[in-house]
Design a binder for this molecule. Structure first.
Ligand SMILES: NC(=O)c1ccc[n+]([C@@H]2O[C@H](COP(=O)([O-])OP(=O)(O)OC[C@H]3O[C@@H](n4cnc5c(N)ncnc54)[C@H](OP(=O)(O)O)[C@@H]3O)[C@@H](O)[C@H]2O)c1
Length: 242
């Protein structure tokens, strides 16, 4: 089960955290994985060195034309995991126009553009898997991440819309919504004992998940075993959305 031998996968934002765990998991099941990040080629290579058979692809998804740039380096693929995101923590009435644009570009627009790039060949071959990474904030938005939460809700709408249109071609489109996951993004927040106590009290399971907790669910959505799952939101959050 869950054999991805012969499949090519792109995982955006996979130099660390949840994206890295997903990329490693897919590679361990036989996929050839493209490892992506924006900050430096060195960081992409360092991550790729830990993922058997993978290829580093440094492309910043906050730029116009990023989909063309990344496609030029990967060619057609079978599995697209849209994991990269940007979030600015501040009150809704302090978000600047640039901060709005960057979050929408990376978290939403690049997802649409990458789907537009990769779906034609998936259609032609009659098989494809698309997984977007959303957030528990689709259900419980944080007061200081209003635009981030909105970008994830909009991405979920795209998932539902495209899932219905692409099922006839053997392509599934799903979202995976993590709750509080211990990744570099949350290092500082979770290191604060007082703050983390408050956060954990909001999670029925009582603790933060790991990136690996998210990877197994994404593997199911990317595999042949997940062929009848489409338009779903797999929430991996220890019950936080409830
Ligand atoms: N951690 C959580 O608690 C949590 C909760 C809910 C949802 N999520 C979602 O889960 C996903 C992964 O989160 P994470 O916590 O693993 O994040 P993270 O630790 O901050 O890692 C983010 C990854 O995205 C890449 N990235 C950032 N900006 C990019 C850009 N403009 N273009 C391309 N790549 C970019 C980073 O690469 P470089 O550093 O190399 O640029 C890095 O590999 C995100 O979609 C996030 O919204 C996370």
């Amino acid at each position: 089960m869950f054999d991805l031998t012969g499949k090519k996968a792109l995982v955006t934002g996979s130099t660390q955290g949840i994206g890295f765990a997903i990329a490693l998991c897919l590679a361990q099941r036989g996929a050839k994985v493209f490892v992506n990040g924006a900050s430096s080629m060195e960081k992409c290579k360092a991550a790729s060195d830990k993922i058997p058979g993978s290829i580093p692809v440094k492309v910043d998804l906050s730029h116009e034309g990023c989909a063309d740039e990344i496609y030029a380096q990967t060619g057609d693929i079978d599995i697209l995991v849209l994991n990269a995101s940007v979030q600015y923590r501040k009150a809704w009435d302090e978000i600047t126009s640039d901060e709005f644009d960057t979050q929408i570009q990376v978290n939403l627009k690049s997802s649409l553009e990458l789907m537009q790039k990769y779906v034609p060949n998936m259609k032609k071959q009659g098989w494809g898997r698309i997984v977007t990474v959303g957030s528990v904030q689709q259900y419980k938005p944080h007061t200081h991440m209003a635009v981030y939460a909105a970008s994830k809700c909009a991405q979920m709408s795209l998932v539902n819309n495209l899932a219905a249109q692409l099922a006839q071609f053997g392509i599934t489109v799903n979202n995976m919504s993590p709750g509080v996951i211990a990744t570099p993004r949350n290092d500082a927040a979770l290191a604060d004992e007082e703050y983390s106590k408050v956060i954990y009290s909001k999670i029925p399971a009582g603790y933060a998940g790991t990136a690996e907790d998210c990877a197994g669910g994404v593997l199911l959505l990317c595999s042949e075993e997940g062929r009848y799952i489409t338009g779903s939101d797999l929430i991996i959050d220890g019950g936080m959305h409830l």
